[in-house]
Design a protein around this ligand. Structure first.
Ligand SMILES: NC(=O)C1=CN([C@@H]2O[C@H](COP(=O)(O)OP(=O)(O)OC[C@H]3O[C@@H](n4cnc5c(N)ncnc54)[C@H](OP(=O)(O)O)[C@@H]3O)[C@@H](O)[C@H]2O)[C@@H](O)CC1
Ligand SMILES: [K+]
Length: 477
């Protein structure tokens, strides 16, 4: 599990630790870790041209101390400050003593650029003087961000204006949520965590990794039959949208439940494609309600919600949901809106949800007493009782295609039926779905059926990589 902590939490842990350590010890730990990553990237440190972009705070200090370490190993290190009047004094002294130099402009060539402009003390998009240095980064030079890419909001991943695009981000003490959530996540490149000895409470956000997902994926036991493995009911589709039913069933058939039961007017379309589907009402261990239902189906949605089993509500099923009804349910409810549907549930605009995805998903879960999965470039999952928000690390922009959400809801419902808690079912489904989307896309547009077709491959890959380290990986770790 990759866990992430808010700036406030990191600062508190840092204060607590600093009080017990000699002055500057934490910065030295940070700089040592940063220099080690830089040296690894350079391969040969001696003679390498390293450029440090240095902001006025401790983030710049980290860069300067790391630069000093590289200079002592023979690198040619040039520090370019945003403001020559405001540079971390100790760091600058160390760099100059090690043979590094200070310059007023970014050199035209570099083997490595270190972004020490701003870290967790940064607010808003990069200011013009800092942004001007970023623009001068020599083309093709690899960029290592110190703690986080400058311009990315550490707590939310929001990017207001200019921000650094890093190839590697070396972060200290703990991951910050903004490194895992887009648009920030797409600026970080490969993430490296340097342990500086902070003791931390419960995280604010967390991201499943292959090994976590492998442990959660249901596996049939020797004595399993289809009913013990769970039956998932799918209430979806309409005369107008029969395809949504087919796609939700496609996802559900590949989610580990022993059987899929379809209820609705698209039975012919479903059977034509998946003859193994059970048709009509009967006992289920979880429901998927909503994809392609169209209008006027509230009574059927209410009936499913009255069944005392976990229910996933998606798409048209989300219209007019009553928080009181969900709160009174004896089993878990999982809501899977995209930003527009979440906005309707929260009585706000789509833009407001997109701008503040983390707080939106938390509010949604708390207000409706349900687990909430907010779809998007980084899908988020929140539990109604709070706790860390799960951030999906496998998403890809190619997943934003018609019907993709129907496959996801079928898959998540199937995982619910096989006994996973709603938070796990939702986050595992998002993870496997994202991976399948990446496999299916392989850099080209895809359609939703392909995502469903690639689910078994993604699933196997997760199992194998977790067990033998031999899977093809491919997700950004
Ligand atoms: N946590 C830990 O355990 C450890 C933390 N460590 C390190 O300390 C870092 C935090 O240092 P920090 O507190 O000095 O703040 P930092 O990120 O350097 O930025 C503040 C400066 O930037 C400026 N500025 C603000 N916004 C801006 C913008 N948009 N565009 C441009 N400029 C902007 C702001 O200017 P001002 O508002 O003062 O005018 C201020 O001068 C942390 O990220 C990590 O690297 C490690 O050394 C040890 C362990
Ligand atoms: K930085």
């Amino acid at each position: 599990m990759r866990t992430a902590y808010s700036v406030e939490t990191v600062r508190a842990a840092e204060r607590e630790l600093m009080a017990r350590l000699p002055e500057g010890a934490l910065m030295q730990r940070a700089a040592a870790g940063l220099a080690a990553v830089c040296a690894g990237l350079l391969g040969r440190v001696y003679g390498a041209r390293v450029v440090l972009l240095v902001g006025p705070g401790d983030n710049g200090g980290d860069a300067l101390y790391a630069g000093a370490r590289l200079a002592r190993r023979g690198a040619g290190v040039t520090a370019v400050p945003v403001d020559p009047e405001r540079v971390h004094e100790g760091g600058l002294r160390a760099l100059l003593a090690a043979g590094g130099r200070l310059a007023g402009a970014v050199p035209g060539r570099a083997d490595l650029v270190v972004d020490g402009l701003v870290g967790i003390g940064g607010r808003g998009g990069l200011r013009p003087a800092a942004a001007a240095l970023v623009e001068r980064i020599p083309a093709g030079a690899p960029v290592v961000a110190v703690d986080l890419p400058s311009g990315v909001d550490a707590d939310t991943g929001e990017v207001a204006g200019a921000a650094v695009h890093a190839d590697v981000t070396v972060t200290f003490g703990a991951y910050k949520p903004g490194l895992l959530i887009d648009p920030g996540a797409s600026r970080t490149g490969a993430l490296r965590l340097v342990d500086i000895g902070l003791s931390l409470p419960d995280p604010d956000a967390e991201a499943l990794q292959h090994a976590d997902v492998a442990e959660l994926l249901p596996a049939p036991a020797a004595e399993s039959d289809k009913y013990r493995r769970g039956v998932v009911g799918v209430l979806a589709g309409s005369a107008q949208y029969p395809g949504a039913a087919v796609l939700a069933v496609a996802g559900a058939l590949r989610g580990g439940a022993g059987a899929v039961r379809y209820v609705g007017p698209a039975a012919d379309a479903v059977l034509a494609r998946y003859p193994e589907t059970l048709i009509g009402r009967g006992r289920v261990q979880a429901w998927v309600v909503g994809p392609g239902l169209g209008e006027g189906r509230a009574a059927e949605v209410a009936e499913a919600l009255a069944d005392p089993v976990p229910v996933l509500v998606d798409a048209d099923g989300l219209r007019g949901l009553d928080p009181q009804v969900l709160r009174a349910r004896p089993a878990e409810t999982l809501l899977t809106p995209h930003a527009g549907e979440a906005a309707a549930l929260l009585g706000t605009s789509r833009e407001a949800v997109e701008a503040a995805r983390l707080s939106s998903v938390r509010t949604l879960a708390a207000r409706y007493g349900a687990t909430a999965l907010l779809k998007g470039s980084t899908t988020l999952v929140a539990h109604p009782a709070g706790g860390p928000v799960r951030v999906n690390p496998t998403g890809t922009a190619w997943l934003a295609t018609a019907g993709s959400g129907d496959v996801l809801s079928g898959l998540a419902g199937s995982l619910l039926a096989s006994g996973l808690a709603a938070v796990d079912a939702a986050s595992v489904a998002a993870y496997v779905h994202g991976l399948a989307g990446r496999r299916a896309a392989a850099g080209a547009p895809l359609h939703a059926q392909q995502i469903a077709q690639f689910l078994p491959e993604a699933w196997r890959d997760i199992r194998e990589e977790a067990r033998y380290g031999t899977g093809r990986g491919g997700h950004r770790a």
